[in-house]
Design a protein around this ligand. Structure first.
Ligand SMILES: C[S@@+](CC[C@H](N)C(=O)[O-])C[C@H]1O[C@@H](n2cnc3c(N)ncnc32)[C@H](O)[C@@H]1O
Ligand SMILES: O=c1cc(-c2ccc(O)cc2)oc2c(O)c(O)ccc12
Length: 343
């Protein structure tokens, strides 16, 4: 842009000359911070691959760096590098770190701009990278299938621990629950172990439940939630709806409504229990980090699946479009909420 002052044209200076030294250096630090923040994640991945969390856990008391180095399966001449790895990021749930940082899930991020600029009809960067959808890829690649299911299972253990400790009453009056997209059954097993008399059905894609054996309280059904959801007193949807666009979510919710309909002879809760994010609703003392976490997930749902994270109004629109009348949201799990939806 050229500004004019009377007859004289005033050319803007190149940007860097408009900045003070302090601003310029601050800008560089800021960019470096974004650019290199993946090193936190990669250091975390390496620490988990070396078994560092388990070694420290098994030690049972504070461990010095040299004790840790002695216990590690590393080439001893490379011991000097371990202290540099260990002054990095805090540790988290290992299978999820290995999932998110696996090359299968880092590749689609390299295709984000190609996806946005090519008229190739791909619905996600994941499809641009692989030519198949996320769920097709999981069905075709056994290693990715088990990596994904193990990751989800570790998350389910953590969330169910909180749900059954602090929010168990949401299951009051429910005798038969169907966990739609319930993975390998970690959620269902935690519920039936904790609530006497409860029976659970896990509805999942056939490649996920192939070879899994149920028992008298747990049944695995290979199927498609867009076709039929088995009848039950209540439907459980943990991290399902954020995978899908609005149109698909309404289809899934309508199938849930059919499944809990009184015509199926069920008398219990008659509700859908959802665990998912509600944007800008979270519990915790670090709101900037919580907000950023929610936006990371929104980006991930865009990169991998045709999904998104939603604010309360967007959730309400889905519930109304699927024929539900009321809902209740509690920010029960940090950046994720417990949502109960009633016909
Ligand atoms: C993000 S994972 C959530 C897994 C589990 N609910 C949890 O939170 O631990 C979504 C799940 O939906 C399943 N899924 C995808 N499409 C499905 C369909 N059409 N019918 C049933 N399940 C489906 C996937 O296989 C996957 O396990
Ligand atoms: O690839 C993922 C990873 C997650 C995920 C990340 C961190 C956690 O503490 C839990 C889970 O969740 C996903 C998800 O919900 C999804 O629908 C697809 C992919 C992933």
């Amino acid at each position: 842009m050229t500004l004019t002052n009377g007859d004289m044209a005033i050319m803007p200076k190149p940007n860097e000359e408009l900045l003070s030294t302090e601003q310029l250096l601050h800008a560089q630090t800021h960019i470096w911070n974004h650019l290199f923040s993946f090193i936190n994640s990669m250091s975390l991945k390496c620490a988990i691959q070396l078994g560092i969390p388990d070694i420290i856990h098994k030690h049972g008391k504070p461990m010095t760096l040299s004790q840790l180095v002695d216990a590690l399966p590393i080439v001893k001449s490379k011991s000097q590098y371990i202290h540099r790895l260990m002054r990095g990021a805090p540790l988290t749930v290992a299978p999820l770190v290995l999932l998110i940082l696996d090359p299968i899930l880092t590749k689609p991020w390299h295709y984000m701009s190609k996806w946005l600029t090519d008229e190739n009809g791909d619905v996600t960067p994941f499809e641009t990278a692989y030519g198949t959808t996320f769920w097709e890829h999981a069905g075709n690649e056994p290693r990715f299938n088990s990596l994904f299911n193990e990751g989800m299972s570790s998350d389910a253990r953590l969330v169910l621990n909180v749900l059954l400790r602090d929010w168990k009453h949401v299951f009051d009056g429910i005798e038969l629950l169907v966990d739609v997209g319930g993975g390998n059954g970690t959620t269902a097993k935690a519920i039936i172990d904790e609530i006497p008399g409860m029976k659970c059905v896990v509805l999942e894609l056939p490649h996920v439940v192939a070879g899994l054996e149920g028992n008298e309280n747990l049944t695995y059904v290979g199927g498609d939630m867009f076709e039929t959801i088995p009848p039950a007193d209540a439907v459980f949807l943990k991290w399902i709806l954020h995978d899908w666009n609005d149109e698909d979510c309404v289809k899934i919710l309508k199938k849930c409504k059919d499944a809990i309909s009184p015509k199926n002879g069920k008398t219990g809760g008659g509700k859908v229990i959802i665990i998912d994010m509600v944007l800008d609703i979270y519990k915790g003392d670090d709101d900037d980090k919580s907000k950023e976490d929610q936006l990371f997930f929104d980006m991930a749902m865009m990169a991998y699946l045709n999904g998104k994270e939603r604010c309360e109004n967007e959730w309400a629109d889905l519930f109304i479009a699927a024929g539900f009348t009321t809902y209740k949201i509690c920010p029960a799990f940090g950046v994720r909420s417990l949502i109960e939806v009633y016909p």
